[in-house]
Design a protein around this ligand. Structure first.
Ligand SMILES: Cc1cc2nc3c(=O)[nH]c(=O)nc-3n(C[C@H](O)[C@H](O)[C@H](O)COP(=O)(O)OP(=O)(O)OC[C@H]3O[C@@H](n4cnc5c(N)ncnc54)[C@H](O)[C@@H]3O)c2cc1C
Length: 517
């Protein structure tokens, strides 16, 4: 049996294997030569004190211990097996496909966007301000919103076993093993596309299918049961239909609503991205400039209550960049991501507040359950109109926003294509501006230096989740009206990130296998 040790170390001691291993060996009273394998199983930074500490849990195997086996998955040949349609190849769809294969079913993924290589070119065009391909952008394409994302793998999921298995699946497909033990695992946008390609390779090698440029426009329902989907004029049939289309597929919600398929309105959150110099956040969090030699770019998590509304930071990206995440050129949508090294000069985070049905009374009568979706669209288009579209985003210096002053210029930013100075009130509804302002004020007094004009807010952070849920039965996970239709992932309202979407897709695959076999 390996020995497990909890070490409380200085950042310098924790920075190299030799640093912590020499302490571990001394603590155990063994010689360095006796160690057959030493590995970190958990790592976190405790920055609450004046000098941050690194908490490491390590396992030490000596010569007589059985070494752990490498992570391995078996994906059997499912050629000729029962087909299951998966609409959307994001984390929910891909993980559903992998699990279906393990359970002996043959996934057919229909993805409206392009493969990761072609998609990368379309994304570069968005950065240049040249245009947004409505089918190939930060939301649509192979790997979904999870491909050119930050790749933070945190989830609130309580089922540790499932979470570990999802991480191991990513490692099996090329992610670095560090994600298995980091307290806040992160892959980075430079490494994600390769992993997604490996997942595709697994699916194809097992006899599954992956089709790009395959936009599903309708669902075939016979006698209350989903039997297939329409891609233009082509009917693709399967034993079940997994609907994993993400939070940006407005046309899917509209199609379902028009068919009379039950949908539900749900609360969601919107706001801005705030961007600081990373060095400033490091100084605030690590209480000094020197710590960065040993520690990663510092992060933060912030929450506040303002006038009964929750305000919070969302998807914080240390050492990251802000990206244009719209799916239509007439919209203004931003998000954040970082590369594995988290080495950019900026730190950004979504700062968002709850949006409630009473915030958009003018839309309920006309749009019913889709009113929230229309409100999101209205705000995204309004923000784009103010700056003249073209991917330009409205922005304001943070302190000026908090103090209700005009900004005359803007600090440098990671955001491409470009930002344009506009008072927050011009592009945010009043309740949202007030809520965010209240949050910033509270955090400014907790984190000295946070509310500064070296930072800026950039709009809009509008796609934190979906304003519409596609309901499903708690037990069978099928839509209550349409048997065989399995809504899953973020777009259906059951996930809020890469791993939660992956876990939800996995769960749905297991339910399908139970009912189809
Ligand atoms: C820039 C950015 C950074 C992010 N960073 C993180 C992060 O660090 N950590 C984290 O956990 N989450 C992050 N997210 C969010 C995360 O990517 C999503 O929560 C996750 O991808 C949701 O997975 P999903 O499979 O449910 O949906 P999606 O990933 O949205 O996938 C849906 C797929 O369905 C396809 N589709 C839609 N309509 C159709 C149709 N009609 N026919 C065929 N296909 C269709 C789309 O093209 C898309 O590929 C980030 C998102 C962005 C944009």
């Amino acid at each position: 049996m390996p020995k497990t040790l909890n070490l409380n170390l200085s950042p310098k001691q924790a920075a190299s294997t030799e640093g912590w291993l020499s302490i571990a060996v001394r603590t155990l009273g063994i010689r360095r030569e006796q160690v057959a394998l030493a590995r970190v199983v958990k790592r976190s930074v405790d920055a609450r004190h004046q000098t941050p500490r690194v908490l490491l849990t390590v396992e030490i195997f000596v010569d007589s211990d059985t070494l752990p086996e490498e992570v391995h998955f078996d994906y059997p040949d499912v050629n000729g097996h029962t087909p299951v349609i998966i609409v959307g190849g994001g984390p929910a769809g891909l993980f559903a496909a992998l699990r279906l294969i393990e359970l002996g079913l043959r996934p057919i993924i229909l993805e409206r966007g392009k493969d990761v290589v072609e998609r990368r070119r379309d994304i570069a065009q968005i950065h240049r301000g040249v245009g947004v391909d409505g089918e190939s952008n930060y939301a649509f394409g192979e790997g979904g919103a999870g491909t050119f994302s930050d790749g933070k793998l945190f989830t609130r999921s309580k089922k540790r076993g499932d979470y570990n298995r999802a991480l191991q699946t990513l490692v099996f497909h090329g992610a670095t093993p560090e994600i298995l033990y980091e307290a806040h695992p992160h892959i980075g946008t430079d490494r994600l596309p390769r992993i997604i390609e490996q997942v595709r390779a697994t699916i194809l090698a097992s006899g599954g299918e992956v089709h790009f440029g395959a936009k599903v426009t309708d669902i075939e329902v016979r006698d209350g049961r989903a039997t297939g989907v329409w891609v233009g004029d082509t009917l693709v049939e399967g034993a079940a239909v997994v609907l994993s289309t993400g939070h940006s597929a407005d046309d899917i919600y509209e199609m379902l609503h028009a068919k009379g398929v039950l949908l539900e309105a749900k609360p969601w959150a919107m706001g801005v991205r705030v961007e600081h110099p990373q060095a400033l956040i490091d100084r605030i969090q690590y209480h000094s400039d020197e710590m960065r030699e040993w520690l990663p770019a510092a992060a933060y998590t912030l929450t506040a209550q303002v006038g009964g509304r929750g305000v919070y930071s969302f998807c914080m990206c240390p050492g990251g960049v802000i990206v244009p995440a719209m799916t239509d050129y007439r919209e203004c949508v931003v998000n954040g991501m970082s590369a594995s090294a988290r080495s950019s000069r900026w730190a950004n985070a979504g700062i968002v507040t709850e949006v409630r049905p009473e915030d958009f009374p003018h839309l309920h009568e006309e749009w019913g359950v889709l009113a929230g979706l229309k409100y999101r669209q209205e705000l995204e288009r309004h923000a784009a109109e103010i700056v003249g579209g073209g991917g330009t985003a409205p922005a304001q210096r943070l302190r000026d926003f908090v103090e209700r002053k005009l900004s005359f210029d803007l600090p440098r930013t990671s955001y491409l294509p470009r930002t344009e100075v506009h008072k927050g009130e011009e592009w945010l509804p009043t309740f949202m501006a007030e809520s965010l302002r209240g949050g910033f004020k509270q955090w400014g007094s907790r984190m000295r230096g946070f509310v500064t004009n070296e930072a800026q807010i950039i709009g809009l952070e509008s796609r934190t989740s979906t304003p519409v849920r596609i309901p499903r039965d708690k037990e069978s996970l099928q839509h209550p009206q349409v048997a065989g239709l399995y809504p899953t992932g973020e777009g259906a309202g059951y996930a809020g990130g890469i791993i939660s979407a992956a876990l939800d897709g996995t769960r749905v695959a297991e339910k399908i296998a139970e009912s189809v076999k």
